[in-house]
Design a protein around this ligand. Structure first.
Ligand SMILES: [Zn+2]
Length: 595
């Protein structure tokens, strides 16, 4: 079906270079400045250039007064894997209908605000016009379960980040001073075996050290067993990720999560990357000083300064929302510490094989708590103090800072100073006074929002076919009615198309889109997985044999069992693999650090 969306403002920062359209693909959008009115055409699930043969559209939508963007991309949201399942098991009594018991308004447990079922997770993302989501912590030994759950996030394309950096084999290879090519081969094998798109490290070495009863672990602390420091793990993995060609930089959950004064570890982590690209995730939780009467202060300006000095750094925020949620993290060391603050008072802490750990701690963020109020303000400071919207990404670290459904509200706050001031007046007065938020006048433009939630995440993940309205991209297209309230606008788009299929109109689900027989065809969304170039050369049989024997010594099953075949992904787990995620050769990767 040939579709034409007529006369909306097309907002696509990826195609705008200094106000001049960077390609001529959509011929009817002249003098493109990222904000022009124009027509958007798509057919068979892909955006196309306006037909030149005079063909009429099968479906024509008058979108005057509307804004059109590509589908949103969430680069860090916990939507699959064992920890989400553990959280569901732990918190059954916090889910509907328990909380409404007696109220007569019974809902199913899967409708929980902060821990929805996989299907509702998908549905709520699609409601907001988000069409691609990345699960950031896929443990190799649990990758099948993560992919199976993501297959159930119906209608949303997903991908995962392979969790390394606390696994015995890698720590051993680093401790033995193995050549970088060996490390690269191991990382490439693990990413490919687990069908992931990127690599994440959580509290590098710290989760392993926790198993040796270590309770605090800084960037230069040697591991008690093998002597490897977090700094060395960061440096080695950043380089491996770059050298094997992955687009997404090493995705780092720094040492000292949530600890006052942890800005020093965060900056030490950035320095450990040695100029290689590095992404600091949920940076809000790693951006604390020790000043003031509460010995807890914002270090947002220090992080921003470090980012100015190190152009190789990007972050996502991990903004908190007030209310009940659950924190789920591989960082068992700090979740053990946090378990004392659990609300309700229960938690799960697990050591996972030779690979990682996991901690699930329910949590309630409250305005009347100084620390929680300041955490809220620090997140907003980061969004607003980092000038370049392609270096800071919108996340709540769902569900750790709060549910992803807060995004429209957060976009409202970022784009409207007076709304921010109203919200600031409601938090703990000492926190409001110690934050610089009140003095920040900046308001995000629609172009900046599209950069932060569309074009920049696509670029940093190496997803050349999305995040943009250019011809050749997947027709994940969202039409918003332009309104004064950004929150209302982003909460309920006028139209949402996934791969060209209309799935939402004014918030209503369009069942089966326009294809009457869609229900009879098993639906398989895409799993975005890294297609590492020259894999066979990089990972020789000899190297695999060495890894296999090392894994056999520390693991309880054979390393080969980690490998998920393409057939298994497609026929058993229900995902359609799409090879992607490779760095564009033109992207300058290793940047020199400014002095
Ligand atoms: Zn996270």
């Amino acid at each position: 079906m040939l579709t034409r969306i007529r006369g909306s403002r097309l907002i696509d920062p990826s195609r705008s270079v200094a106000g001049i359209k960077s390609d001529a693909a959509n011929g009817d959008v002249e003098n493109y400045d990222g904000m022009d009115r124009g027509d958007l055409w798509f057919e068979e699930g892909m955006i196309i250039a306006a037909p030149t043969d005079g063909r009429a559209a099968d479906r024509e939508i008058d979108a005057g007064g509307c804004i059109t963007m590509a589908g949103g991309i969430d680069l860090h949201t916990h939507i699959g894997g064992g920890k989400v399942t553990l959280a569901r098991m732990l918190l059954r009594d916090q889910m509907p209908p328990w909380r409404e018991a007696g109220g007569g308004d019974f809902r199913s447990p899967g409708e929980c605000d902060f821990l929805p079922s996989s299907k509702l997770t998908a549905s709520r993302y699609l409601d907001m016009g988000y069409t691609t989501c990345l699960e950031p912590a896929v443990m190799p030994c649990n990758a099948r379960s993560a992919h199976a759950e993501m297959a159930d996030v119906n209608g949303v394309d997903c991908g995962g980040y392979c969790l390394l950096g606390n696994d015995d084999v890698l720590l051993q290879l680093i401790a033995e001073n193995s050549p970088q090519e060996i490390i690269n081969a191991y990382v490439a094998w693990m990413v490919t075996a687990t069908r992931c798109i990127a690599v994440k490290v959580v509290n590098p070495g710290g989760i392993s050290a926790f198993k040796y009863n270590v309770r605090s672990f800084d960037v230069d602390t040697p591991h008690p067993e093998n002597g490897v420091t977090p700094g060395r793990i960061i440096r080695t993995l950043c380089r491996a990720v770059y050298e094997i060609g992955l687009a997404h930089p090493l995705h780092v959950h720094c040492s000292n999560l949530g600890v006052p004064g942890n800005i020093a570890s965060t900056i030490a982590t950035i320095e450990a990357a040695d100029g290689f690209p590095i992404h600091i995730t949920h940076a809000q939780f790693h951006c604390y000083g020790t000043e003031g009467p509460y010995q807890f202060s914002s270090a947002a300006s220090q992080l921003v300064e470090a980012m100015q000095k190190h152009p190789n750094v990007t972050i996502d925020v991990g903004q908190i929302q007030f209310g009940q949620t659950v924190t789920i993290s591989a960082d068992s060391m700090h979740q053990y510490e946090n378990s004392g603050h659990a609300k309700p008072r229960k938690s799960v802490l697990v050591d996972v094989e030779c690979e990682a750990g996991c901690g699930v701690v329910p949590f309630r963020y409250r305005r009347r708590e100084f620390v929680h109020s300041l955490q809220w303000a620090i997140g907003l400071e980061l969004f607003l103090m980092i000038d370049d919207p392609s270096r800071v990404f919108l996340t709540t670290d769902h569900p750790n800072g709060g549910p992803f459904t807060a995004y429209p509200h957060l976009l409202g706050l970022l784009s409207n100073r007076s709304l921010r001031e109203t919200a600031l007046a409601e938090i703990h007065a000492d926190a409001a006074a110690s934050s610089s938020l009140a003095g920040i006048a900046r308001e995000y433009s629609l172009d900046e929002i599209a950069t932060m939630t569309r074009s920049a995440p696509a670029k940093i993940l190496g997803l050349a076919d999305r995040g943009s309205l250019a011809a050749g991209c997947v027709a994940d297209v969202v039409v918003y009615e332009q309104q004064n309230s950004a929150e209302k606008m982003f909460a309920v788009p006028k139209l949402v198309f996934k791969s060209g299929q209309l799935i939402r109109r004014d918030g209503e689900v369009i069942a089966n889109g326009e294809t009457p027989d869609a229900a009879s065809v098993p639906k398989q969304d895409r799993t975005l997985a890294a297609a590492i170039p020259n894999f066979d050369d990089l990972v020789s049989q000899e190297r695999i044999a060495d890894f296999r024997s090392r894994y056999g010594r520390v693991g309880t099953f054979a390393m080969d069992r980690l490998w998920i075949s393409r057939d298994e992904m497609e026929d058993v787990l229900g995902n359609r693999l799409q090879g992607t995620g490779i760095r564009d050769c033109e992207t300058p990767a290793k940047t020199e650090v400014a002095s």
